[in-house]
Write a protein that binds this ligand. Structure first.
Ligand code: NZQ
Ligand code: ZN
Length: 406
């Protein structure tokens, strides 16, 4: 086996009514003045916000709330959160929501711990994060895995620049995970989440460094589970079995368990982040829209790996021809996205094809002005990224699509 470090310190409290344990959990991690951060409306409408506030107050904790985080959360809102945390003298940040809220909470925790440094400095890679207030979360959507990941993604709204940072300071102290909280999600939001969960393992699985067999087997089992339960949750959002399997898969898919011993690839995420940064599209949709173009561009680097994926995840017979099996695995994945109602190319994502100059702009951004390559499986320079965006800009042939669930 190849060497690895596995660090997943987040305490997971999983199951019905988990959110009622917020007060004890915050107190256990030393919080006494808690800034709750939440999103638009869902946590208010469902009564979740009120329930959590009550749980904190019952534990004799001082509470302040800050709502209004938007999907693809912004730097400007996070800066506002830092000021709020400082004014309240918060010593604990509690997120109620999904990736956008949790990532904002992580940014606020970093900014409030070191007020003399503007938070974007860290996202630009100009300084390492040295400290952060403790963060906990009440998860309401299975998708980003932010509830246990070391990453936080923000968009600099002034420049449409979406990027993430990875640091151990981003790991939440605890995640309260009640699958019933996801019952109010729309089928489209669930489908976006399913895509993101799958992609966190796909982006780790297709790597030049292989050989940790148990890690690969866990990755394949996780993907089969998501493929099995994803459509069931989309069809029936109140299906507890499906939602609970997805919720746990979401955390395991992004706490690095499925990528031990390998460097994270995340090419598809990088391609997608530019689409969300410029066009504001949901994260999951940004991924499904470029996955096929990426896969077709890189699979010849390692057709055997793609064939193994086809066999072990999609149960496609690989005996006859490796190349054909690899392509069948790619097709099966694209059909799965289509069945969930996810876009599988840019015209489907944006309602129109992009112009040449828009495609160039995306490649320019993704390569940071030609200064970096993305991925190790096949290092992708600006010209490669342009070819992938251009391939994704072709509409899908009309035949052979699976019927959509939503
Ligand atoms: O704002 P509200 O009203 O709560 O509505 C949200 C939002 O509109 C809604 N929602 C959430 N829980 C709900 C609900 N609606 C009804 N019932 C519920 N129980 O869902 C919408 C999307 O929420 P959001 O938090 O944006 O979704 P997600 O969890 O997919 O997070 C996406 C963000 O996470 C980043 C993405 O880039 C994107 O910015 N990611 C973060 C990662 C990380 N930190 O590790 C990794 C990921 O790859 C990803 O990049
Ligand atoms: Zn993601």
């Amino acid at each position: 086996m190849r060497d690895f470090t596995f660090y997943a310190p987040t305490e997971i409290i999983f199951g019905r009514r988990a959110e009622e344990r917020a007060g004890q959990a915050v107190a256990r991690y030393g919080g006494s003045r808690v800034l709750i951060i939440y999103g638009g409306q869902s946590a208010v409408k469902s009564g979740l916000l009120e329930r959590v506030e009550n749980a904190l107050k019952s534990a004799h904790l001082a509470v302040k709330t800050l709502g209004g985080v938007q999907p693809n959360p912004t730097l400007s809102f996070a800066r506002k959160g830092v000021l709020t945390a400082l004014a309240f003298q918060a010593d604990f940040i509690l997120a109620i929501g999904g990736g956008s809220v949790i990532d904002t909470a992580k940014a606020v925790a970093i900014g409030a711990a070191e007020p003399s440094t503007d938070i974007w400095t860290y996202w630009q890679g100009k300084a390492p994060v040295q400290k952060a207030l403790p963060v906990g979360c009440v998860l309401t959507i299975s998708a980003s895995g932010s509830e246990s990941s070391d990453s936080a993604v923000l968009t600099d709204d002034a420049h449409h620049d979406k990027r993430g940072i990875n640091t151990p300071f981003n790991r939440p102290r605890f995640a309260l995970m009640n699958p019933e909280l996801t019952f109010t999600l729309s089928p489209r939001q669930i489908a976006c989440g399913v895509t993101d969960i799958l992609m966190h393992t796909l982006d780790r699985y297709f790597t030049p460094m292989q050989g940790n067999e148990l890690t690969d087997a866990l990755a394949e089992a996780l993907m089969r589970t998501v493929i099995h339960y994803g459509p069931r949750a989309v069809e029936c959002p109140t299906n507890y079995q499906a939602q609970s399997e997805l919720m746990w898969a979401g955390s395991l898919s992004h706490n690095n368990l499925t990528g031990l011993g390998a460097e994270k690839e995340f090419a598809v995420h990088q391609l997608g982040h530019e689409l969300s940064g410029v066009y504001g599209v949901p994260h999951g949709e940004s991924l499904s829209a470029v996955w096929k173009a990426w896969a077709m561009y890189v699979y010849k680097q390692d057709p055997a790996r793609f064939a193994r994926y086809a066999c072990n995840v999609w149960r496609i017979d690989t005996v006859t021809d490796t190349d054909s099996a690899a392509r069948q695995g790619i097709d099966a994945t694209v059909r799965f996205f289509a069945r969930l109602g996810m876009p599988t190319n840019l015209p489907e994502l944006l309602g129109r094809p992009l112009s040449e100059s828009e495609l160039h702009d995306l490649a320019e951004r993704c390569s940071r002005g030609g200064t970096r390559t993305v991925s190790k499986l096949k290092p992708l320079a600006k010209e490669d990224l342009l070819l992938i965006y251009t391939a994704a800009n072709q509409p899908a042939p009309s035949s052979g699509k699976s019927p959509k669930i939503i």
